[in-house]
Ligand binder design. Structure first.
Ligand code: ARG
Length: 464
């Protein structure tokens, strides 16, 4: 076919080059945004008398028909028409005749593609925000149901202090809260309309940029035409936010994998979210969690890819920028896939409270509380720490837990110990007394849950 830009060429494009630089194979995902943008542009051209109102209406109706045909699967895109923008323009002209050739007045594919990407990013981010909000809702549910489910916490993957499952899972709530605000931020900064930037220097046609921006729901227009066509910061921010979400997922999934092992036994994954082995009949593997952990790598790769593509690009548009899309779409799909599986995997897992408690009872998780007991009775903490270190060594030698020592045994290490040591270092006490904001005591976690619920509903209100 002859190219829309073919005027100054004497030869056909080499077939290999045509395939190599054609993006229709992947950028057809932008068809809705492309049509939406073209409708707003055509309407404005009519209002501004750049084309007649009749011509504008013909273009708009043609574009709407085309949209329906694409949605009904009746349209076959042509790789020779290069990308989604020229495919749609060509199909429109075939449908409405010569007037179709007026659509591109005062516009370039450079501002067109920049617009499409921004619109698409806003739509897809909204969907991901909804999925993330749903995960958050489920995390709050698990937390409210496990306010008193005692489990060990870890540093260096060595047992540390007793906490509750509610407290532990609320750590992830905090992470996803930050991720949600990062997505909202990214959308906010992407909320400017580049249309009217033209190829890079705007145009002499009297476009109404503000009108197009508000037709398309943007808060403002972009304020520099070179930046308008060459800015892809929003994709970088999106990829970075997605990479951080995946990093959080990979930590959560790693814990799920550990917790579902026979060694921990803290949780049992639902059969629907586990898989078996083709040789070992007894196996039930946490493949979903492992796959999500694994997919983190590809999303990191996508972030590095776009950063590297944009590095050192001179202003304004360069064809390199066509490489922004596949990895962007891949991250969207990957993140949505992970969110759609991680949420029900968590919601359906069985929590083995007895195993969690047993885990907290071992490993001297109340040793800090023994030291605190002595410190509260006047012994400098550093000395108390030393005394308890000796107690732990003694207990290891005698294979007993600290709270199984007799009072006489305690008093051999320090005369400060009294009968109240037992109630002071009971695991319930250790948890219940940590009432500081952000702590594991049920009263403190209840407050975190309540403020989390409010935060979610405010967020939904403002962003969805
Ligand atoms: N398919 C192109 C892209 O995705 C559209 C912009 C093309 N502009 C150009 N001057 N060749 O970047």
């Amino acid at each position: 076919m002859s190219k829309l830009w073919g005027g100054r060429f004497q030869k056909q494009t080499d077939k290999l080059v045509e395939d190599f630089h054609s993006s229709i194979g992947f950028d057809q995902r932008l068809y809705l945004e492309d049509i939406q943008g073209s409708i707003a542009h055509a309407k404005m051209l009519g209002v501004q008398n750049i084309i007649s109102i009749d011509e504008a209406n013909t273009l708009i109706n043609g574009l709407k028909e085309l949209q329906e045909e694409i949605q009904a699967g009746q349209v076959k895109f042509d790789p020779a028409a290069e990308d989604i923008h020229m495919n749609i323009e060509t199909l429109l002209t075939a449908k409405v005749g010569e007037v179709g050739k007026k659509l591109h007045t005062g516009r370039s594919r450079n501002d067109q593609v920049a617009l499409d990407i921004k619109l698409y990013l806003q739509k897809e981010t909204k969907n991901l925000q909804k999925l993330l909000l749903n995960l958050q809702k489920n995390i709050l549910k698990i937390a409210s149901e496990n306010l008193t489910t005692i489990m060990p916490s870890y540093t260096h993957l060595q047992k540390a202090q007793p906490i509750t499952l509610a407290h532990h899972i609320m750590a992830y709530f905090a992470m996803f809260q930050r991720d949600l605000s990062r997505f909202a931020d990214c959308v906010k900064r992407a909320n400017t309309c580049p249309l009217g930037s033209g190829a890079l220097a705007t145009t002499t046609f009297p476009l109404d940029r503000q009108m197009v921006a508000s037709e398309l729901g943007f808060a403002d227009v972009t304020h520099n035409s070179l930046d308008g066509v060459s800015d892809r910061d929003h994709i970088v921010e999106f990829q970075a936010t997605a990479a951080i979400v995946m990093m959080h997922f990979s930590r959560l999934c790693e814990e799920i994998i550990l917790w579902s092992s026979d060694e921990f036994g803290f949780i049992t994954l639902d059969d629907a979210y586990s898989t078996g082995s083709s040789i070992m009949p007894q196996k039930k593997n946490p493949d979903v969690a492992e796959l999500i952990r694994g997919k983190t790598g590809r999303v990191y790769g996508n972030l590095l890819g776009i950063l590297t593509t944009l590095k050192s690009l001179p202003l304004a548009y360069n064809k390199d920028m066509q490489e922004d899309k596949e990895s962007f779409f891949d991250t969207i799909d990957t993140l949505a896939g992970c969110l759609l599986t991680i949420t029900p995997m968590l919601a359906t897992m069985r929590i083995n409270k007895d195993k969690m408690l047993a885990g907290a009872q071992g490993g001297f998780t109340n040793a800090t509380d023994v030291a605190d007991y002595l410190a509260k009775k006047g012994l400098p903490f550093r000395e108390a720490h030393h005394v308890v270190g000796k107690i732990v060594f003694y207990c290891l030698e005698h294979k007993i837990a600290i709270d199984k020592m007799t009072l006489e045994q305690f008093q051999k290490f320090s005369p400060i110990f009294g009968e109240d040591i037992y109630s002071s270092i009971d695991l319930q006490t250790c948890v219940n007394k940590r009432i500081l904001p952000g702590g594991p005591a049920p009263v403190a976690v209840e407050k975190s849950i309540a403020s989390g619920e409010k935060w979610l509903s405010d967020y939904r209100h403002r962003n969805i």
